[in-house]
Ligand binder design. Structure first.
Ligand SMILES: [Zn+2]
Length: 181
């Protein structure tokens, strides 16, 4: 069993007074989260995301992405995968993260517990090169929330950095001040 610890963040609002009025820079307050996850599930999620990238259809970008989700409200806790599918219109392209989440949603599940993302053959570089795009962040946000914030979705980002298994984020860190309807 591994314990993921996401540290608390306590950044107060900041205000700037200008002749035209006050401008607020919103802070961020996130409670510490401790998440217990079985080693087998952790490696299973990352392996599934890497394997799913083999199904990517990326003739334009040649950027292959695989994603794997486990839904909190799935009693079987199955790993559901997706890959990016590009389209000749470009605009109809769907990312791997959304593909996996929508497949899980189509099975009737609504709350992500874990989401693993792997850019498979392009794992070097900063997290910005490997983490979900803005559209996917909003989609994750819509399926990430639980009644208890401690049960919110955990996002695992695959990396090739030696000795590092993955990077872990929660939705507040992945999409600060995300829109909630
Ligand atoms: Zn995306």
């Amino acid at each position: 069993m591994a314990t993921l610890i996401l540290p608390a963040l306590n950044q107060p609002d900041h205000e700037i007074t200008t002749p035209a009025g006050r401008i607020r820079v919103p802070g961020q307050r996130i409670a510490e989260k401790r998440v217990e996850i079985h080693d087998a599930l952790l490696t299973g999620l990352l392996d599934a995301a890497r394997s799913a990238a083999a199904g990517a259809h990326a003739p334009y970008s040649h950027f292959h992405v695989g994603a794997a989700v486990v839904m909190a409200d799935d009693p079987e806790q199955r790993i559901i995968t997706g890959a990016n599918i590009e389209n000749s219109s470009y605009g109809a392209t769907v990312c791997g993260e959304r593909n996996a989440i929508f497949q899980a949603a189509a099975l009737g599940f609504r709350r992500i517990r874990y989401l693993a993302v792997s850019t498979a053959d392009s794992l070097d570089g900063p997290i910005e090169d490997r983490s979900p795009c803005g559209i996917c962040r909003q989609v994750i946000n819509d399926f990430a929330r639980s009644e208890d914030a401690a049960d919110d979705a955990i996002i695992l980002i695959d990396t090739a950095e030696p000795g590092v298994l993955c990077e872990a984020l929660d939705i507040e860190r992945l999409l600060p001040h995300g829109f909630v309807f």
